[in-house]
Design a protein around this ligand. Structure first.
Ligand code: FES
Ligand code: FES
Length: 165
């Protein structure tokens, strides 16, 4: 039997990368789908849709969160940041530059998740030791890397930020 019933929609407001957006969406729409398909912010990727791989990591009120595990409606009232917020126009952020310098940029699929995980983590733990960084990046999956260059990049970025403050 085909389901032809009109789907219930709700109007929500999302604050993404400093801009407010009104969206008319189904209550079951996930945050990652709202970001990618409604706001066309396609830097955030979808891998497993089960909270395992971390490709969909964004910042919600400054903390890394799996956007596939949240409904968009749950993010109302929160400040959301996606990977698109890191660069200032053509100017890469210090974290992006560190990833590039240390060859920590993997495929475009997993990298945004690693970047946002690192951005949120360093904001909370600017003094983090390398071992802590290693433990944190293990939360995101990449089948192709030994993670070493990513750890080096985050550690270097943290060290440079500490020097500047
Ligand atoms: S797509 Fe969200 S954790 Fe994999
Ligand atoms: S999954 Fe992106 S480089 Fe391995």
């Amino acid at each position: 039997m085909t389901d032809t019933a009109p789907r219930e929609r709700q109007l929500i407001t999302l604050d993404v990368n400093g801009e407010r957006h009104e969206l008319l969406i189904e209550p079951r729409r996930t945050l990652v789908d709202a970001l990618r398909h409604d706001l066309l912010l396609t830097g955030t990727h979808v891998g497993c849709e089960h909270g395992i791989c971390g490709a969909c990591t964004v910042l919600v009120d400054g903390s890394p969160a799996r956007a596939c595990l949240m409904f968009a409606a749950q993010a109302e009232g929160a400040r959301i940041r996606t990977v698109e917020s890191l660069a200032d126009g053509a100017e890469l952020s210090d974290l992006q530059r560190a990833f590039s310098e240390h060859h920590g940029l993997q495929c475009g699929f997993c990298t945004p998740g690693f970047l946002m995980l690192a951005e949120g983590f360093l904001a909370e733990r600017p003094e983090a030791a390398k071992e802590e960084i290693r433990e944190v990046v293990a939360a995101n999956l990449c089948r192709c890397t030994g993670y070493q260059t990513i750890v080096e990049a985050i550690d270097d970025c943290a060290a440079r930020r500490r020097k500047e403050t």
